[in-house]
Design a protein around this ligand. Structure first.
Ligand SMILES: Cc1cc2nc3c(=O)[nH]c(=O)nc-3n(C[C@H](O)[C@H](O)[C@H](O)COP(=O)(O)OP(=O)(O)OC[C@H]3O[C@@H](n4cnc5c(N)ncnc54)[C@H](O)[C@@H]3O)c2cc1C
Ligand SMILES: NC(=O)c1ccc[n+]([C@@H]2O[C@H](COP(=O)([O-])OP(=O)(O)OC[C@H]3O[C@@H](n4cnc5c(N)ncnc54)[C@H](OP(=O)(O)O)[C@@H]3O)[C@@H](O)[C@H]2O)c1
Length: 429
């Protein structure tokens, strides 16, 4: 058999794993938008790196715990482990353990799929006061991201304020208001469940800076709010113009129906922007347009994630993306990009499937010369030199199996292990 084309993918989130699937597709091809696609006509091997022990990116650390159906996409990714030519290197950070220049010299091509692990900024006074967090940090905490497991969110004030009204803002509002019995059935991180059990939060106010017709959340996610057990949804009728879309119709319905007298509520505000976040030592209030002041102890800024650079790779600091043409990184050879770090922090899981396909198509069109990448065994030796404690696919599957077993015992889909040392001992032994 001819020398395989060896590709490294940095990031095991949806974009990276879809790219791996496209590269390793069998002679049967893959379906995209209902059409059978054939991309691959040569032997390819793919090594996927992630800085965390666990793969799946935001499917594990972003998607809300009460939306288990959205996580089922992991079955697509699990199938990868059985594909010949696939290797997983968890617990290896590119830019720290291995430099991009080294990766380029080891492989025939490298795809960056590192997502967006920073925050968009509000640029108002008090943004960094204790008690003001980005929604990304809160989400990472309740989903058991190892780096946020020790964060302390004070839930001792009756009101929390969320700035922004995208789908992430709705996720966070649900997690803050759902009855604990609902959360107990999910894979929410154990530390978050314990903290939410004692939460004093009874009202969550979402501030949308534009009118309801421009709200960033989607209608199905909005409709879901109306059925939350134990939670009233408050919308001011005066805010909602006559319905010209399904979203406005849903809002109108919420505004017109009587409150059910629940002790928890989500208040959807529109055309209201924060002007300053205030407090002596920590957040005490948010001043908003119209001269109103909202007392609160917790502000979650849900105004979008933001891509971070990786040293040695070009970066557009204004947009937080790696500049590229059709997925080919500007000014670099054999280097590609996909997912949120290519397009910016928007789009659902499925959006990354087409994005990854487009990038893989560009990569394969460029790969006309002879393959010169190092053999898989040689790369593994080099990785082991840098990170003797890297986690391979078998190691991850051991940890995965352990979490599911713990979950079954507690009537949860899984019980996440959040301490990286414990993750490593379960994965590697
Ligand atoms: C809170 C939240 C909830 C969401 N809920 C849904 C939902 O319910 N349904 C839906 O369809 N979509 C949802 N989305 C959108 C979806 O999660 C994204 O479209 C998708 O995860 C983006 O994929 P990605 O691979 O580009 O990035 P990510 O999923 O962020 O994956 C990036 C990966 O790269 C790794 N990485 C980063 N830097 C390095 C490095 N230097 N070296 C090695 N590895 C690195 C990270 O650890 C991570 O695993 C949600 C998004 C958020 C933020
Ligand atoms: N269930 C799901 O399918 C699901 C769940 C979660 C996330 N996602 C997806 O993940 C992506 C990211 O979601 P997201 O909610 O983080 O982002 P988003 O949809 O882009 O929403 C960002 C919100 O922040 C507001 N905002 C931005 N800058 C602001 C500022 N300076 N001041 C006040 N408000 C500001 C935006 O208002 P403007 O609109 O006025 O700019 C918008 O309301 C989206 O594509 C989303 O659909 C999907």
């Amino acid at each position: 058999m001819s020398t395989p084309l060896r590709v490294a993918i940095v990031g095991a989130g949806p974009a990276g794993l879809y790219a791996a699937s496209h590269l390793l597709e069998g002679p049967g091809g893959t379906y995209l938008n209902g059409e059978l696609q054939y991309l691959v006509h040569r032997h390819i091997e793919v090594d996927v790196f992630d800085r965390l022990v666990t793969p799946w990116g935001l499917v594990r650390h972003g998607v809300a715990p009460d939306h288990p159906e959205k996580k089922l996409v992991h079955t697509v990714f699990d199938a990868l482990h059985h594909r010949p030519g696939f290797r997983y290197y968890g617990n290896v950070e590119i830019g720290r353990d291995i430099l991009p220049s080294e990766l380029s010299s080891w492989y025939d091509a490298v795809i960056y799929a590192i997502g967006a692990s920073g925050d968009n900024r509000l640029g108002i006074a008090g943004e960094d006061l204790p008690g003001s967090w980005s929604a990304r940090e809160f989400v990472a905490w309740y989903n058991g991201h190892p780096e946020y497991r020790n964060a302390e969110f004070r839930l001792d004030h009756e009101r929390a304020v969320i700035i922004g009204n995208g789908n992430v803002a709705l996720d966070v509002a649900r997690i803050l208001t759902l009855p604990i019995a609902e959360l107990e059935r999910t894979d929410i991180a154990p530390h978050a469940l314990a903290a939410l059990r004692n939460s004093a939060v009874r009202e969550v106010v979402l501030l949308g800076r534009r009118g309801p017709e421009h709200a960033a959340f989607n209608n199905p996610e909005l409709e879901e709010l109306g059925d939350l057990p134990g939670v009233d949804i408050v919308v001011d009728q005066a805010d909602v113009p006559n319905a010209s879309s399904r979203k406005l119709a849903t809002l109108r319905r919420f505004a017109e129906r009587p409150l059910r007298g629940h002790d928890r509520r989500i208040v959807l505000r529109f055309s209201t922007s924060p002007l300053a976040i205030s407090g002596r030592e920590r957040v005490e209030s948010v001043q908003v347009t119209g001269g109103e002041v909202l007392d609160t102890g917790l502000v979650l800024r849900s105004i979008g994630y933001f891509g971070l650079p990786i040293e040695g790779i070009p970066f557009d600091a204004g947009r937080g993306v790696i500049p590229n043409e059709f997925g080919r990184v500007a000014g670099m050879d054999k280097t590609y990009v996909t997912g949120w770090i290519k397009r910016g922090p928007r789009g659902i899981i499925g959006t990354n499937k087409k994005c990854a396909r487009d990038t893989v198509r560009t990569l394969l069109a460029d790969a006309t010369g002879p393959a010169t990448g190092l053999p898989a065994t040689e790369v593994e030796r080099l990785v082991r030199e840098r990170r003797p404690d890297f986690v391979n696919a078998a190691g991850w599957l051991r940890l995965d199996d352990h979490e599911r077993r713990l979950g079954r015992a507690a009537n949860q889909p899984r019980r996440k292990v959040c301490d990286p040392a414990e993750q490593l001992s379960l994965a590697i032994g």
